[in-house]
Every structure is written in structure tokens, then in C-alpha cells.
Ligand binder design. Structure first.
Ligand code: ADP
Ligand code: MG
Length: 209
């Protein structure tokens, strides 16, 4: 069982969007998946509740005991943790439970600077685990047709965590499909959005293997 957490204290970074899409991509490619909603606001649970008999299992674990609580679930291939905003204890608990951490950041200096506390916690954990824990940034909500810019790349590089090659772009279909408890992958399987989500999933899987 591999545990991937999507973390960033900043609300609006795209955690829930990424977590629901990554979990769905893994489900559609034949893996068993559980999505853990660690946000007390329950966005991922709300998303799943829109559809009767949602094909993805989503459970809430919004107390800082995720590492322990995960021991009591039936094993699956992948657990995806949708991170909570501004909750140091919840973030620490999710970090401890994880094999891989995905930090979505919007391509803006303010958004990248706002991750510094999280990056520190993650780096400490990488050291404690002797590098067993992996962590990467993913550029989220990028504007199609624009480069993220050398300045932004430079700031990201200063944090010394790898940045995924695949970016998630700003697309109306992300919130549009969420409204029906669905994803771009299911509703628009041939779209550029579906393509980037599958590429992102493959990039993560190849880093984990
Ligand atoms: P977080 O979980 O980090 O708070 P969300 O995934 O809930 O972030 O995203 C915040 C808002 O931005 C939501 O309304 C969501 O639908 C929208 N959003 C997130 N990612 C994208 C994207 N790639 N393109 C368009 N809208 C997005
Ligand atoms: Mg969220």
C-alpha cells in the first residue's frame, strides 16, 4: 500500500482538485484506491456525496492521528490524502503517514513563499526517513500558453524539492466536473485536461517505482 498526500496549507492551491483527479486516474487504470479527506471542511466528502454510489471510496480522517488510523483500513493499492488548510498538526500527521508528498502551488511568488513552513516539515521528515519519503512540487492552475517564468522557477528551485514536469492548467472543466461529483477524466476523457492528469499520474508512478 502506497500513501500519497496532497498538501499545502494554502486554501485554493488545488489540493482537492488534484487529489480527486489523481485518485480517479489510479482507479481508472485498475488500482484499488481510497481517498482520505483530512480537511475538516469536507470538500472531498461533499464531492463524493453528489453522486449516489460514488465509484471512489472517500472517508474522512480529520484528526491528527492519520498515521495510526490508516492501520485500521482494509489494504488498497493507493491511499490518497487530500490535505487540510492551515493545520500544522494535521499536516504533520499526514506527512508521517505518507510515502510521497505532492505540493501543488500556483505559479506566483506569494503562493510559493507560503509553503515554506510545510517544506521545512517535509524536509525534516525526509531526513528522518533516510530519504524514503519523497516530495515534489507540482505547478497548479497554470495559465495555458504561458511559461511559468524563470523567476518563479528560480524561487521553486530554492526550495530544493523537485518540480514535476507535468503542470496542471487552469481549466473551467475542473470545477465544472466537480459540481457533479465527477472528474475531467470521466467526463472529457479525450481532452487536454484528461491528458495532463494521466501524464501527472504516470510521472508520479515512475518516481515512486
Ligand atoms: P484546495 O483544496 O487547495 O483549497 P481546490 O482544489 O478546492 O483547492 O481549488 C480551489 C478552487 O479553485 C475550487 O473552486 C476549484 O474548483 C478551483 N480550481 C482548482 N484547480 C483548478 C484548475 N486547475 N482549474 C480551474 N479551477 C481550479
Ligand atoms: Mg481542499
Amino acid at each position: 500500500m502506497k500513501v500519497i498526500a496532497v498538501l499545502n496549507q494554502k486554501g485554493g492551491a488545488g489540493k482537492t482538485t488534484l487529489a480527486t483527479h489523481l485518485a480517479t486516474a489510479l482507479r481508472l487504470t485498475g488500482h484499488t484506491v481510497l481517498l482520505i479527506d483530512s480537511d475538516p471542511q469536507g470538500s472531498a466528502r461533499d464531492w463524493a456525496a453528489v453522486r449516489d454510489d460514488h465509484p471512489l471510496s472517500v472517508v474522512g480522517m480529520d484528526r491528527p492521528t492519520i498515521e495510526r488510523d490508516l492501520k485500521s483500513i482494509a489494504p488498497v493499492d493507493f491511499v490518497i490524502i487530500d490535505g487540510a488548510p492551515q493545520a500544522a498538526d494535521l499536516a504533520v500527521s499526514a506527512i508521517k503517514a505518507s510515502d510521497f508528498i505532492l505540493i501543488p502551488v500556483q505559479p506566483s511568488p506569494y503562493d510559493i513563499w507560503a509553503t515554506s513552513d510545510l517544506v521545512e516539515l517535509v524536509k525534516q521528515r525526509i531526513e528522518i526517513t533516510d530519504g524514503k519519503l519523497q516530495a515534489v512540487f507540482v505547478v497548479s492552475r497554470a495559465i495555458t500558453g504561458t511559461n511559468i517564468g524563470k523567476e518563479i522557477s528560480g524561487i521553486l528551485a530554492g526550495y530544493e524539492l523537485p518540480v514535476l514536469e507535468t503542470k496542471i492548467h487552469q481549466r473551467v472543466d475542473y470545477p465544472g466536473t466537480a459540481a457533479t461529483g465527477s472528474t475531467i477524466l470521466e467526463d472529457f476523457p479525450k481532452s487536454e485536461g484528461a491528458k495532463e492528469v494521466l501524464e501527472l499520474t504516470n510521472e508520479i508512478l515512475s518516481l515512486m517505482s
